[in-house]
Every structure is written in structure tokens, then in C-alpha cells.
Design a protein around this ligand. Structure first.
Ligand code: ZN
Length: 344
């Protein structure tokens, strides 16, 4: 079969790899129907040192079960299933607490001999705990929004949930990438009626408005902070959802949060230290967020996707075949695409 491998910065190739087979009785083999490129894939695409051997890549996919190990129950060949971006047994103490990203028997895709999702098929470890059976067919028009449940929408949702977003909280979302827009959609779904989106790409912030943003601030840095403060009577918002991961974004987050409020970050931080000194202390700001346990949220979010109440799949603005995946990476890196869907 064919799959995507990354060899170094800017070097993504489609190559023949061995077909996946069951290795453990808890495995399943899934034929990939849709996959996609994540903003976090752009970090290795931008900076991975070149190596002689490539690594599999991709951690968001849905597909059809081809085979299951003897210890997997509740799944059978032919089922359409969704994989969250971290695999987990869904039974250990962390999983029972809804923190499948810390599963004692789980891990990341495309690491340590585990397959990546950007290919024709995947060996899924801990299949019974990891995979979610979807009540849809592989020709469903809902596939993009169902695929968004693998990572980007639960990540936006996690940001809003950990920040404590609800009907009485005002919200600032920092970042108009796919996660930021998903955070807007999640905040709206949780009842927030004032959602300020900080982003400067009009086509993206337009989708943000469609998802529920009430105000868009396109200015950056101090000017952007000033604008959010103007919009909120000088106070800032109760919650700030930081969906970028760069230092200026977390600095802006502390600058636009209301005293006593909460900053949640789900952008993978590309800075070693959080700038939360004496000033932040004196204002009683809470910092929360982290990697999203997508598996914990899928059961709650899936019904809303199935009946069309939310359409998180609107973040996909380009579809490529497996052969075109290198172009997809380039398009996301140069920001001509927001998020790229892969139809192998
Ligand atoms: Zn677990």
C-alpha cells in the first residue's frame, strides 16, 4: 500500500510501505477513507532535520474496518470508524477520568513503529478503546465534519471547556487557523453570545463569523489588545482561547483576559516559558488547557454533527488525493489552504 512519509523540512513523499497486519489481539486494520493534514504537521514540515529514512505521518483519519484481533469486541469488518488523534485503551484510570491522552497503554500515531494516518491503511492498536463506530456510510456527505471530530473540533471544544465557557462568559479567540475557528464554533455551541475573534485573514474570519464570532479584530499585538479592550469597556473578556502556540499569542491572551478570568491554550506551545509574572498574579488569572483528549468528547459532539447542528468540516477548504499530499502540505504552509482533506 501507499503512505505519506516525511524525510525532512519541506520533504514529504508518497511511497510504498508494507500492508498493515494484525500484530496484537487488540489490533484492528482500517482502510483509510478520509484523512487530513494538521497544523501541527507543519512543525516537522518546517523544521524536521533531514534523514535517510522517512517517518510515517498523520494522526487524523476515518475509515472502514478490514480486520479485527480476537480480543476486539463491538467492531467488525465493514464498520465505518473514526480514530481520535491519540490511541488509548479507554479503560485505564486516566481514560476513565476522560484523559485518554495520558492513557497508560496508549500513544501517538506515527511514532515508535505505529502507523500514521496519511496513507491507504493503518494498523490500529487498542482498537476497541480507540475507534468510534460511526452510524454513517463511506459515501456520507458528513465525512468532513465527522473527520473533524478526530482532532480539530474536539481541540477547540477542549479549549472552550477548560476555559469554562458558558452562556454568561465573554470569549476572545486568538488565531484564525482551523483550531481557532473550531474554538469559535465550540464556544458558540456552549452558549457564549459574545465571541471576539482575533485574526487577520478575511476569508478565515468570515468563516469564524459564520461559526458564531460576533466581533473580528484584525489588528495584531498591542493594537489588537487595545481593540479588544475597547470592545469590552476596558476590561477584556472572561475567557481567552489561545489557539496559536506562539509567544506573542499567549502574551496577547494575558493582555485581553478580564481580571479573575481564564486563559486556555491548545496551540502546541513553541515557547519554553509562560510569561505569567507578578502582573498576571495580581489579576488572579487562571491558565489552563493542554492537549485535547479527543476521545473523551466524541460521544458528546457526534450527535450534533450527525444532525447537522454544527458543521466543523467547513474548515476543510481543499481536497487532495494521496499523490497530491506534498502539494497539500505546501498549500497549508504558505497559507493558501486553511486545512487540507485527503481522499486516498
Ligand atoms: Zn487508558
Amino acid at each position: 500500500m501507499r503512505a505519506t512519509l516525511i524525510y525532512g523540512a519541506g520533504d514529504v513523499r508518497i511511497e510504498d510501505v508494507p500492508d498493515p497486519v494484525l500484530r496484537e489481539p487488540t489490533d484492528a486494520v482500517v482502510r483509510v477513507v478520509r484523512s487530513c493534514i494538521c497544523g501541527s504537521d507543519l512543525w516537522p514540515y518546517g523544521s524536521r532535520p533531514a534523514t535517510r529514512d522517512g517517518d510515517r505521518i498523520g494522526h487524523e483519519f476515518l475509515g472502514v474496518v478490514e480486520d479485527v484481533g480476537r480480543e476486539v469486541s463491538g467492531l467488525a469488518a465493514g464498520d465505518l470508524v473514526l480514530a481520535p488523534f491519540v490511541w488509548a485503551d479507554n479503560t485505564c484510570d486516566f481514560c476513565r477520568e476522560g484523559l485518554q491522552t495520558s492513557c497508560r497503554h496508549g500513544g501517538l500515531w506515527a511514532r515508535d513503529g505505529i502507523d500514521g494516518g496519511q496513507g491507504e491503511a493503518v494498523r490500529v492498536p487498542q482498537a476497541q478503546g480507540t475507534l468510534v463506530k460511526l452510524p454513517a456510510g463511506e459515501d456520507s456527505a458528513l465525512l468532513p465534519s465527522l473527520l473533524a471530530l478526530s482532532d480539530v473540533f474536539p481541540t477547540g471544544h477542549h479549549c472552550a471547556v477548560t476555559a469554562g465557557v458558558g452562556p454568561r462568559t465573554t470569549v476572545t479567540v486568538i488565531g484564525d487557523g482551523a483550531v481557532g475557528l473550531s474554538a469559535v464554533l465550540a464556544a458558540k455551541r456552549l452558549g457564549a453570545d459574545r465571541i471576539i475573534l482575533m485574526g487577520r485573514h478575511k476569508d478565515r474570519t468570515d468563516l469564524g463569523r459564520e461559526f458564531g464570532a460576533t466581533d473580528v479584530v484584525s489588528e495584531r499585538g498591542e493594537e489588537g489588545v487595545e481593540r479588544v479592550r475597547e470592545l469590552t469597556g476596558g476590561d477584556g473578556t472572561h475567557t481567552v482561547l489561545e489557539c496559536v502556540g506562539l509567544k506573542p499569542a499567549i502574551e496577547s491572551a494575558f493582555a485581553v483576559v478580564r481580571d479573575g478570568g481564564t486563559v486556555s491554550r491548545v496551540g502546541a506551545p513553541q515557547y519554553p516559558e509562560v510569561p505569567a509574572g507578578f502582573g498576571v498574579f495580581m489579576r488572579n488569572i487562571t491558565l489552563t488547557g493542554g492537549v485535547a483528549p479527543a476521545r473523551a468528547y466524541i460521544d458528546e459532539l457526534l450527535p450534533d454533527v450527525l444532525d447537522g447542528r454544527v458543521e466543523p468540516g467547513k474548515v476543510f477548504d481543499r481536497t487532495v488525493t494521496l499523490d497530491q499530499v506534498p502539494d497539500g502540505y505546501q498549500a497549508m504552509a504558505d497559507r493558501s489552504a486553511l486545512k487540507v482533506l485527503i481522499q486516498p
